[in-house]
Design a protein around this ligand. Structure first.
Ligand code: IMP
Ligand code: MG
Length: 179
């Protein structure tokens, strides 16, 4: 598996630091609010687990699964809800927790769908941001790190459902998807 990684972008220690900083900021910003963290599966699973541990105010969590990618590296732009939320959003300050914001189409569509359910507010927290690739009109409120326009895997992020279990984030070697 490690042979498929061109280089390591963020090691475990750096990721921990990123989560701690975001958690601190979110705890401050939401101290008088009714925070609901919504993790967009599956890519944000490790990020969510670390981020919620660094949040020091009461909050609730829920999970949702949408699909936008096939097995390639380009977004289809079509969002299909594969697993919906259990919690009714009315009265909550919703914070969407994403792994990576690329074209932004997935989150743009997801945000539109969720805002129809009358949450008090909706914001976006993404671990990684690839602003060069943005096509949809969406600006994240919290960003862990800005990454170059390369395909990254690990710490929850996949290529063809693989590499999610790597504890760090690395750049996928092009030989893997140029086959
Ligand atoms: P968007 O709709 O183009 O913003 O795509 C967002 C989704 O595409 C993310 O939630 C990821 O699942 C996936 N994605 C985008 N870029 C990467 C990447 O570099 N590595 C792994 N997954 C990615
Ligand atoms: Mg994803």
């Amino acid at each position: 598996m490690l042979n498929d990684i061109k280089s390591v972008l963020y090691d475990e220690e750096t990721l921990k630091e990123i989560c701690n900083n975001l958690g601190k900021q979110i705890s401050e910003d939401y101290k008088d609010k009714n925070l609901l963290l919504v993790s967009v599966l599956k890519g944000s699973v490790m990020f969510m687990a670390d981020l919620m541990r660094s949040i020091t105010i009461p909050c609730r969590i829920d999970f949702m699964a949408v699909s936008s990618y096939g097995s390639g590296t380009e977004s289809s732009g079509i969002v299909k809800i594969k697993k919906d939320l259990d919690i009714n959003l009315s009265g909550y300050d919703l914070l969407l927790v994403e792994d990576i914001l690329d074209s932004g189409k997935t989150l743009y569509n997801l945000r539109s769908v969720l805002s129809l359910r009358n949450p008090k507010s909706i914001r976006i927290c993404t671990l990684l941001d690839k602003p060069e690739r943005r096509e949809a009109d969406i600006v994240p409120d919290y960003v862990g790190a800005v990454v170059p326009d390369e395909f990254v895997v690990g710490y929850g992020l996949d290529y063809d459902e693989k590499y999610r279990n790597l504890p760090f984030i690395g750049i996928l070697s092009p030989h893997v998807y140029e086959k």
